[in-house]
Ligand binder design. Structure first.
Ligand SMILES: C[S@@+](CC[C@H](N)C(=O)[O-])C[C@H]1O[C@@H](n2cnc3c(N)ncnc32)[C@H](O)[C@@H]1O
Length: 374
């Protein structure tokens, strides 16, 4: 492209939020679009880069809310093997693709929302960037969960926060039984004529955001020093790609009854085979046969009567053969004794995370099977 062609394309793709050096004295923009510094986000990059490995060779990096791709380009310059930038706005992805093509960089860009991120489709990324993103998220916790699941090792999150000088103190709420700690989160009222893409929703206090990120499952969350007071950079680390079943977040199952009798005589010993798919995002822990620990996952059969009235909850249980990773399936055999009273019954198969939750209560669908006892 000639210099004039580049300038005319830059004008066609205006307004630019990211100032990117295109070489030959050309930059994507020369004036501020919505009050940001003209050279945005170069000053923020000086902070963000300290939270990233200097050498990203062999690493995959996801830039969520990539805008025109300033940070994706920086990641590529640091040697990242795979870079994907996503943004909810189509025009911004067009800007990013224009700059990428001009620079001849191997970066993938897709118009996609943070809410659509799914590691089963995209794989996980060693490093995720979520810079200037989360105050745009109406579903704040869902967005943070999506960022958690798509990340394998490190999430760097930069955001505006509840202005510290106005932020009430976190405190322990003493009423009631559980005495939780309450952290302030501010709701941002939107003007009636605000556009969807520029809506702002929540400004968490630093303490609230740290607690949220820890509760969602990050093993370590720290705040980067040296950031202006109404913004914060959180560095969030994971020890394993997925959490395990000792927490109730991300548990899910799909159960299919493969075989087993529909009628029998009172007191018979019956055997059923069930396929259990780990459709959630937490690793199921098998536990040991010596004793049940919090979070061990078992297959359970409940015995129900007329109108699903529970007759014997946890009528029988079965161990997993081994731990089951998210996305994997297993066949499990479960033996149980038919009731001594003849009649019409229903067997309901569910998974349980011991001492925590029935999977059905978390939204999974149980497998049911009629049983006629004569
Ligand atoms: C304040 S800009 C920050 C851009 C860039 N990350 C930076 O720090 O300079 C917010 C970006 O997030 C994008 N965005 C907003 N909501 C989003 C969503 N639900 N999913 C993905 N991107 C979103 C916007 O389109 C915009 O590009």
């Amino acid at each position: 492209m000639t210099r004039d062609e580049i300038i005319s394309e830059l004008q066609r793709l205006e307004p630019w939020f990211h100032c990117i050096d295109l070489g030959d004295g050309l930059f994507t923009k020369t004036k501020s679009a919505i009050g940001e510094p003209v050279d945005h986000p170069r000053p923020t990059w000086e902070i963000i880069k300290t939270a990233l490995p200097a050498d990203l060779s062999g690493k995959s990096l996801l830039d969520v809310g990539c805008n025109a791709g300033f940070y994706s380009i920086k990641a590529k310059e640091r040697g990242a093997a795979r870079v994907l930038g996503i943004d909810a706005q189509r025009e911004l992805i067009r800007q990013a693709i224009f700059v990428r093509n001009l620079k001849g960089l191997d970066i993938d860009y897709q118009r996609m929302s943070v809410y659509d991120l799914d590691p089963r489709e995209l794989g996980q990324f060693d490093v995720t960037l979520a810079l200037g993103l989360i105050y745009h998220c109406k579903h704040l916790v869902l967005a943070l969960e999506k960022l958690f699941l798509i990340t394998r090792e490190l999430l760097v999150l930069e955001t505006a926060i509840y202005p510290p000088e106005k932020t009430p103190e976190s405190f322990v709420y003493a009423e009631g039984g559980t005495r939780p700690t309450l952290h302030p989160i501010a709701y941002v009222e939107n003007l009636p004529d605000a556009k969807e893409a520029v809506f702002n929703w929540f400004l968490p206090s630093t303490a609230a955001l740290m607690a949220l990120l820890k509760n969602i499952g990050f093993d370590e969350v720290s705040v980067l020093p040296g950031v202006q007071t109404d913004r914060a950079v959180m560095v969030c680390r994971k020890e394993t790609p997925y959490p395990d079943s000792r927490g109730i977040s991300f548990l899910g199952s799909k159960l299919t009854l493969l075989s087993g009798p529909s009628d029998c005589r009172a007191g018979d010993i019956l055997t059923f085979r069930v396929r259990a798919e780990n459709s959630g995002y937490a690793r199921w822990l098998r536990g040991s046969e010596q004793g049940t620990e919090r979070g061990d996952v078992h297959l359970v059969a409940h015995l129900l009567g007329k109108d699903d009235e529970p007759i014997s909850l946890y009528h029988a249980g079965a161990f997993l053969p081994h731990d089951i990773d998210p996305g994997d399936s297993i066949e499990i055999e479960i033996g149980l004794r038919a009731p001594n009273e003849p009649g019409n019954y229903v067997l309901a198969f569910d998974m349980v995370s011991e001492h925590l939750a029935w999977f059905e209560d978390l939204g999974s669908v149980i497998a049911t099977h009629p049983l006629v006892v004569s």
